[in-house]
Design a protein around this ligand. Structure first.
Ligand code: SF4
Length: 156
């Protein structure tokens, strides 16, 4: 589905739905609720990152308790292979889907890399994603292992 995707203007950049909060264009996407074993992201709508909010996450890292979005780094990201995001593939292929048939209400969808490449299969699993899973036992981390590479973004 790359190269135009689901109704997106071809020149429009896509966005990463599991970005690093340190990226210069990072925006808040959601808050990770639920439990360590069964995380459940509540999508807040894309909004500016509040430094006080990041500080309030301590001692957890911001990416353990929040979800962020930023412009997809494409070739500068270790997970971008063959013009597609391997993280989105792992999420769609390995995480269990939500029971609800309705997709989560998510303001990122028109620009989301995972949506454009994986469609509803990504959205039904996306709330279970924790960008930085320090417990190394979450379903997201296991999904990346299933892709053969637990490493995430390594370059800007
Ligand atoms: S995969 Fe779906 S639910 Fe997740 S950020 Fe993208 S559009 Fe939103």
């Amino acid at each position: 589905m790359s190269g135009g995707g689901r109704g997106r203007p071809s020149a429009a950049p896509l966005a990463c739905p599991s970005a690093d909060p340190d990226w210069d264009d990072a925006r808040l996407l959601g808050v990770v609720l639920g439990t360590a074993e069964e995380p459940q992201t509540w999508f807040t709508g894309v909004r500016p990152v509040d430094p006080a909010m990041l500080a309030a996450a301590a001692p957890a890292a911001p990416a353990e308790v929040f979800r962020f979005t930023a412009r997809c780094r494409e070739g500068a990201c270790a997970q971008f292979v063959g013009g597609r995001c391997r993280v989105g593939e792992a999420v769609a292929a390995h995480l269990p889907p939500a029971e609800a048939q309705a997709l989560p209400q998510c303001g990122l969808r028109p620009a989301c890399r995972w949506w454009h490449e994986q469609g509803p299969a990504a959205c039904r699993r996306c709330p279970a994603v924790v960008t930085q899973d320090s417990l190394v036992r979450g379903a997201y981390t296991e999904a990346l292992r299933g892709q053969g590479d637990p490493e995430r973004v390594t370059a800007e």
